[in-house]
Design a protein around this ligand. Structure first.
Ligand code: KIV
Length: 271
């Protein structure tokens, strides 16, 4: 029997046990109550309320504009839909980079106002103090290395990270430092599969990959990408499980047509 099936509420301990048992961890993003409920009931282990909400929910080009208040709104909605899975909430850009006190205050707001179970933040050695302070206050922290979208203007591109030796070395060092600082897991985004494999092996805590190959301890995808809602985004790492864009378009076209042709509502669909 899998570790997941033995537990009522997934906790950071469960996530650690999954790694120890060699069972892969499943994570998906969600931003609202209804989708979170479906994902929770489907058996997913972790729901990430990602700051990708800035892109897929609000239509911004980057993740930078979303605010802490907006993340709290999304996260509280997601938490209301979940009975079982672990809900991790992104600290948005500008809510933790200032100093560790600011980071702790933002994490506390997330925990108090959303009912989420953990926070995620991006970066390596430059955020270690913040991670230690947040973990010290009893809040589980998920790290995020590799492609870190909140730093997009520093890098200027969304291409694969850590292909160069120096960047790979820095990532390996950062991963160990995040583990040392108390992170319970680390997202590895868009880095070579061999590097992700090496990092995953070197850590006791699990890695969750996105565009980082099959050797990570778990995988995460943005729901709009894997469900085919956002069809313009087609990176190589993405597996699209549905084409909701075309299914929804067809359904709405049928609805319009039924209204225009006086087919809807029919006698059975009125009082
Ligand atoms: O915001 C997000 O959705 C994320 C995932 C891509 C890991 O950080």
């Amino acid at each position: 029997m899998s570790v997941n099936k033995e537990v009522k509420r997934i906790t950071t301990n469960t996530i650690q046990k999954l790694k120890s048992a060699g069972e892969k961890i499943s994570m998906i993003t969600a931003y609202d109550y209804s989708f979170a409920k479906i994902f929770d009931e489907s058996g997913i282990e972790i729901i990430l309320v990602g700051d990708s909400a800035s892109n897929v929910m609000a239509g911004h080009e980057t993740t930078l504009p979303i605010t802490l208040d907006q993340m709290i709104y999304h996260a509280a909605s997601v938490v209301r839909g979940c009975k079982r899975c672990l809900v991790v909430v992104d600290l948005p850009f500008g809510s933790y980079q200032g100093n560790s006190k600011e980071a702790l205050n933002s994490a506390i707001r997330i925990m108090k106002e959303t009912g989420g179970h953990a926070i995620k933040l991006e970066g390596g050695e430059e955020v270690l103090d913040s991670i230690k302070r947040i973990v010290g206050a009893g809040v589980p922290v998920m790290g995020h290395l590799g492609l870190t979208p909140q730093s997009i203007y520093k890098f200027g591109t969304y291409t694969v990270r850590a292909k160069e030796e120096w960047e790979a070395e820095k990532l390996k060092k950062d991963a160990l430092a995040l583990q040392e600082a108390g992170c319970f897991a680390i997202v590895l985004e868009k880095i070579p599969a061999s590097l992700a494999g090496e990092v995953s092996k070197s850590l006791n805590i699990p890695t969750i990959g996105i565009g980082a190959g099959g050797a990570c301890d778990g995988q995460v995808l943005v729901m709009h990408d894997m469900l085919g809602i956002n069809v313009e985004f087609k990176p190589r790492f993405l597996r699209q499980y549905l084409n909701l864009h075309s299914q929804i378009t067809e359904a709405v076209k049928n609805y319009i047509s039924d209204i225009k042709s006086l087919d809807f509502p029919n006698e059975g669909e009125q009082y």
